[in-house]
Design a protein around this ligand. Sequence first.
Ligand code: XMP
Length: 506
Amino acid sequence: TVLVVDFGAQYAQVIARRVREAHVYSEIVGHDITAEEVAARKPKGLILSGGPKSVHVEGAPTIDPGILELGIPTLGICYGHQVIAQALGGTVARTDNPEFGRTDFRGDPSSTLLADQPEAQTVWMSHRDAVSEVPEGFTAIGTTTGGQVAAMEAPEKGIFSVQYHPEVSHTPHGQDVIKSFLHAAGAHPSWTAFNVIEESVEAIRAQVGDAEVLCGLSGGVDSAVAAALVHRAIGDKLTCVFVDHGLLRHGEAEQVQEAFGEHFDVNLVTVKAADQFLEHLAGVTEPEEKRKIIGREFIRVFEQAAREHAGDAKYLVQGTLYPDVIESGHGSASTIKSHHNVGGLPDDMEFDLVEPLRWLFKDEVRKVGEELGLPEEMVWRQPFPGPGLGVRIIGEVTGERLDLLRAADRIVLAELKRAGLEREIWQSFAVLPAIRSVGVQGDERTYGHPIIIRAVTSEDAMTADFARIPYDVLERIATRVINEVDGINRVAYDVTSKPPGTIEWE
Ligand code: XMP
């Protein structure tokens, strides 16, 4: 394991991803972790991330100084570079020339960290302070036109650091820096989908023994892969439950049941619970409240299903992913929204959770799914949130508004698929806002509902960009939606990236 120590960086999760892409397992920890806690986890290496503060301001995040004395190979990035310099006796100066964005950098190819890289290269910078003097025992191995120390190392101590961001794609040789560090740290590239499966299967068996286990299936890749892993571990002690909560897309309930029947040899129970969910959602408009209600009702359905169909199972399998955990407010990260399967769980839930994917990103889950032999259409299905259309209808969720959104959403998806854009788009859907607008159709005034098309590209849903859908495809969608869905008289396209937006509207 390589631990990424998070100083409140925008990029901590990207660093963890890059390490994993180099086939070394990596996790994020808060900067308040103590030297003993680090030592107990026996990591192969540490990476100190960037952060928003200056090391000079009062209350700037720092680390337990004992951590740098553990003899664990360490890579500092941006703020982490400055923390190392300051902690070990170098100098961090306030400079007059902050560097932001693409920056020319000259590195020393004979160094350990920058070995085999071109001397002159472009790197991505984002800093004001800079290291002006390296600590004793360190060598400066890179600089920019600003003349400060942009990279340094002390290979005998196993400590390396760079002012720039090797983890972002705007630093073309960034991944080489990560790999050099992992190599120097002796962290072997052995973390693969195959090993993840073996380890998960063992961990699941150790957790549940020969108890009965229930799994909530949504039809998406995460719960499918989680179910397949648990099935591999415990066979028919597993019962899967698919909840039709009435917030599904057109035809979805049928598709999911069919796909599972075909590809899975597991006990599958379908619960029709639309009335129950809609009843509890009636009159509710606040997004977090909706999410909490949906999360709670899921668990109520699972509890009943456990009693009726799964020998009173006490274990519940969920396809929770790492981003769900981070975004629901974990460690030093703040709560953006309560994902139904994390922050949305009711306090009185009695299940013990089995979450084999809790440390993985979506693309890693897809690799595991492929390795497990799940069908392509299941593995590459666009993500769909557990709360479903409930978080795509702004304001109250009613049967009528669900029908309206479902009809429009179906057209959006069909036209994007027809244009061959389905797979390059991470997620695409329609949103129904709580406003109306005036239009004219067939020489008559209309006062109808708009729908908003949302389509994004992304690597892991932590960040996203709006998809550049060709105008003629947008036009076709708009025309069809307005012609075919009674009550909708306007179509808008959401051109917000994440951040500052999120993918879903609620
Ligand atoms: P946001 O809207 O936070 O979404 O940018 C990031 C990704 O997570 C999905 N999402 C959820 N998935 N339960 C889920 O299973 C939830 O409560 C939930 N909320 C958001 C969203 O569709 C996107 O893929």
